[in-house]
Design a protein around this ligand. Sequence first.
Ligand SMILES: NC(=O)c1ccc[n+]([C@@H]2O[C@H](COP(=O)([O-])OP(=O)(O)OC[C@H]3O[C@@H](n4cnc5c(N)ncnc54)[C@H](O)[C@@H]3O)[C@@H](O)[C@H]2O)c1
Length: 248
Amino acid sequence: MSKVAIVTGGARGIGRGCALELASRGYDVALVDLLEPEMQRTRGEIEAKGRKALTYKADVSVFARAHEVAEDVAKQWGRVDFLLNDAGASNAKGILEIEEEEFDRTIAVNLKSCFNYIHAIAPIMLKQESGGRIASMSSLNALSGGVTSAVSKHSYAAAKAGILGLTRALAKELGPRIMINAICPGVIETELGNSLTKSRGEEMKKGIMLNRLGSPADVAQLVAFLATSEPCFITGQHFVIDGFQWSC
Ligand SMILES: NC(=O)c1ccc[n+]([C@@H]2O[C@H](COP(=O)([O-])OP(=O)(O)OC[C@H]3O[C@@H](n4cnc5c(N)ncnc54)[C@H](O)[C@@H]3O)[C@@H](O)[C@H]2O)c1
């Protein structure tokens, strides 16, 4: 039987890299994103690997839409083995500039989105004999507070830190049938990461022990490991993947 993954934010960047790696490892993949052309490109790349793909144009901050997506995937494919909560967006504004709605939006897109999709998909996983696996994309910023850069101000760091608490608590609520972990990438070269690296990339590499920036493929290896349906003894944890960014 094919394994089924849902990847939010799968149109481009880290989410796309993870969706393609999962497809290479035998998963059919449902993509959830706002960017329709990019999502269709990823869909084509999944299908070129011989796997099936579904696409849902959806704002991940909308609770009801998460339930519609979950119901439709279950109707079409009968199961969900792995959920990757990848969709996220930064907010560059400092505490003296940010408006209330902008803070709320950052929390909704990065943190509430994870709640929305876990709330919708956990019941499907719990009905399956094999249970399920969930991973959510936090950030190194959750632990460090971020560098004084364009993409890592307080609202984003707070949302990403919230994912760590959500992960630990839900590992207790949903275990042992569902294993759930979080991932804390450092600087990864994507459209989002590039807003930071285009001005400071060379300088940043000097502060990374492995002397390079990360790629979506680097993160995808970790995600594929956390998605594995093999017996596993890891839940409620977060994994830093940053090449040892000691200077942040
Ligand atoms: N790139 C980095 O350096 C880095 C570092 C740490 C954490 N992260 C996290 O990794 C994840 C992916 O980042 P990325 O660098 O690939 O970014 P990206 O901007 O390249 O991709 C993010 C994807 O999420 C989608 N998305 C954003 N808001 C959405 C919404 N409301 N509804 C549906 N889809 C939405 C975008 O359309 C896009 O396809 C994010 O959660 C980000 O915070 C990235």
